[in-house]
Design a protein around this ligand. Structure first.
Ligand code: CMP
Length: 140
């Protein structure tokens, strides 16, 4: 067990569905602390940079369109095994495959509009947190 930080994004569909508080509550009930948070509206370049690892995928353009159609809430979550814990709280990428009681099962529309993003490993978390937050914006 170790204390980790992970990046969370509540995506445009989550904002449109008015479930920011519901997501925050699930993070907190799962033992994670919100140590940084803000609402931002990404432009195309910001979203493309964030998802650069997916740029060869057929869904890349559509994903960037989706992620820039409205504001998102980016947060740093902290706690024991925060990366895996957040992924457990979110559920599988495809809501059709997500476990009952997960955010994606309860709120996601489809595999693209899946309400939340969470870092998938320690290196990714480091990159993703620094992509949105300065060190002095994180209150560990
Ligand atoms: P996320 O966890 O943010 O990581 C990459 C995102 O790409 C994913 O959530 C979905 O929003 C999207 N995505 C992944 N697979 C597909 C797919 N097969 N079709 C459309 N979008 C996808």
């Amino acid at each position: 067990m170790s204390i980790e930080q992970t990046l969370s994004i509540i995506k445009p569909d989550g904002i449109e569905k008015n479930v920011i508080g519901e997501c925050f509550q699930r993070f907190e009930k799962g033992g994670l602390k919100i140590v940084a948070t803000k609402m931002i509206h990404m432009d195309r370049a910001k979203a493309e940079g964030f998802y650069a690892v997916h740029k060869e995928r057929p869904f890349f353009n559509s994903l960037v369109e989706f992620m820039t159609r409205g504001p998102v809430v980016v947060s740093v979550l902290e706690g024991e095994n925060a990366i895996a814990k957040n992924r457990e709280i979110m559920g599988a990428t495809d809501p059709a495959k997500a476990d009952a009681g997960t955010i994606r099962k309860d709120f996601a529309s489809n595999i693209e509009e899946n309400t939340v993003h969470g870092s998938d490993g320690p290196e990714t978390a480091k990159f993703e947190i620094s992509y949105f937050f300065e060190k002095n914006e994180i209150f560990s």
